[in-house]
Design a protein around this ligand. Structure first.
Ligand SMILES: Cc1cc2nc3c(=O)[nH]c(=O)nc-3n(C[C@H](O)[C@H](O)[C@H](O)COP(=O)(O)OP(=O)(O)OC[C@H]3O[C@@H](n4cnc5c(N)ncnc54)[C@H](O)[C@@H]3O)c2cc1C
Length: 387
């Protein structure tokens, strides 16, 4: 099997690399979980959009380049290699957009996709509720038909960057008498609609990465239903597939981090006095490479007409647990330096590793916890009986 990219992809790579090296901000942007950082990231996304780099795989009519999945992988490799900012639009461009392409009407695509690509409208995800996280089908927020509109009432929580986003996609119960997974509908909701109250949730570091969203008789027209009424579970599972599969976490993120880990070991390995470290660094690098190869396998399947099904759960368990191990290894290498402030003379970029480590700990929780993914793998991939 030939795993090298062809001349077309390499030409695409050269173009992307040249653009990124001329445009990626020299200094890291402030955290996107602050109001200031959110706007700085929005400005970066807009800059990408102006030169049609924000959504390379989308059709040109929505702001993309019609690039194939291989070019998308190449773009991601170059993006991470260049140390470009995190994607503040990720909930929209990586999760909602593929769902809109699959289930949206032409009017919905024309209305929402260009504004998403240019970051004029940034989306958050309104799925979790105080008593429905893993058990998503247990949501209680409801939508009641009122003429040709719906009135939405309920509470959503843990909406990432919900404090700043313009729009939210969420699941609501439209038929309370139906079985749990039925009777749900997928809505697109403007955060400034009357009846929406957003309450930021401060994290330990003081940043407001999350928000609770309260809805009280929020009027939403039927044109903002994605897919069929009462068929929202199927639509939501398409979004979940994107979140757990390769869209949200392209392999470049991890191969780039593993490369930095190898460099860090080159600098600090001898002083670390931990005989297990060389093997753990090599393992982290191999794990990232395995993920890259597995993604190539998935891509070959997609290119030959296949679909990514419940095996997206395998992907999610792999990338999230690999990320924790990789960062733990970096912290062991850094030793006490891992806790130094970024501008301390011996910091060795420890702050960014510590930041990465803390975020990696959330990986086994968001996008559906890994316990739930293991249930999916057991039942739907391996065909084992329900416990
Ligand atoms: C960084 C981060 C970002 C997030 N962003 C968003 C967002 O933007 N939008 C959004 O809607 N939500 C978001 N979430 C919420 C996330 O989806 C939920 O935290 C997750 O689905 C788990 O739900 P829960 O927190 O209610 O935990 P629970 O469902 O209460 O689970 C608690 C524990 O019990 C285990 N458990 C539960 N049921 C089972 C079972 N049947 N079998 C085995 N174990 C089980 C779980 O694995 C977990 O360990 C985010 C979470 C994090 C950490």
């Amino acid at each position: 099997m030939d795993l090298t990219y062809g001349p077309e992809q390499e030409a695409f790579r050269a173009e992307a690399r040249a653009w990124l090296s001329a445009n990626v901000p020299r200094e890291p942007l402030p955290s996107m979980d602050t109001a200031e950082g959110f706007e700085a990231h929005r400005a970066w996304e807009r800059r990408m959009f102006e030169d049609r780099w924000s959504v390379v795989s989308w059709p040109t009519e929505y702001g993309g380049r019609d690039a194939g999945v291989l070019e998308w992988l190449v773009f991601e490799e170059e993006y991470w290699r260049a140390g470009a900012p995190g994607r503040v639009s990720q909930n929209g461009i990586f999760l909602l957009a593929p769902t809109l392409f699959e289930f949206g009407t032409d009017e919905q695509k024309a209305r929402y996709l260009p504004a998403m690509a240019s970051a004029e409208e940034i989306w958050c995800q309104g799925w979790s509720e105080p008593n429905a996280g893993s058990d998503l089908a247990g949501i209680r927020s409801k939508a009641v038909a009122d003429g040709s509109d719906y009135l939405l009432t309920g509470q959503k929580t843990w909406a990432s960057r919900g404090a700043f986003a313009e729009w939210m996609f969420g699941l609501f119960r439209t038929d309370p008498s139906a079985e749990r997974h039925r009777g749900l509908t997928y809505f697109l909701i403007p955060m400034d609609a009357p009846g929406v109250t957003v309450r930021p949730i401060a994290q330990l570091d003081g940043e407001t990465g999350f928000a609770e969203v309260f809805l009280e008789d929020v009027r939403v027209p039927a044109s903002q239903v994605l897919g069929e009424v009462n068929q929202g579970w199927g639509v939501a599972m398409a979004t979940a597939g994107s979140e757990r599969g390769m869209n949200l976490r392209s392999p470049a993120r991890y191969t780039e981090a593993a490369g930095r880990l190898v460099d860090l070991h080159g600098e600090l390995g001898e002083d670390a006095h931990d005989p297990a470290l060389p093997a753990d660094v090599a393992q982290a690098w191999m794990d990232a490479e395995v993920y890259r190869l597995h993604t190539m396998w998935t891509v070959s399947k997609v290119l030959t007409g296949g679909k990514v099904g419940p095996e997206a759960s395998l992907n999610k368990v792999w990338w999230s647990e690999m990320d924790v191990r990789l960062h733990e290894t970096a912290l062991r290498l850094l030793g006490p330096r891992a806790h130094l402030l970024p501008d301390a003379p011996e910091a060795h970029n420890g702050a960014s590793w510590l930041d990465g480590y803390l975020f990696s700990l959330a990986g086994p929780i968001y996008a559906g916890t890994n316990e739930i993914q293991r249930n999916v793998i057991a039942e739907r991939v391996l065909g084992l009986p329900r416990s």
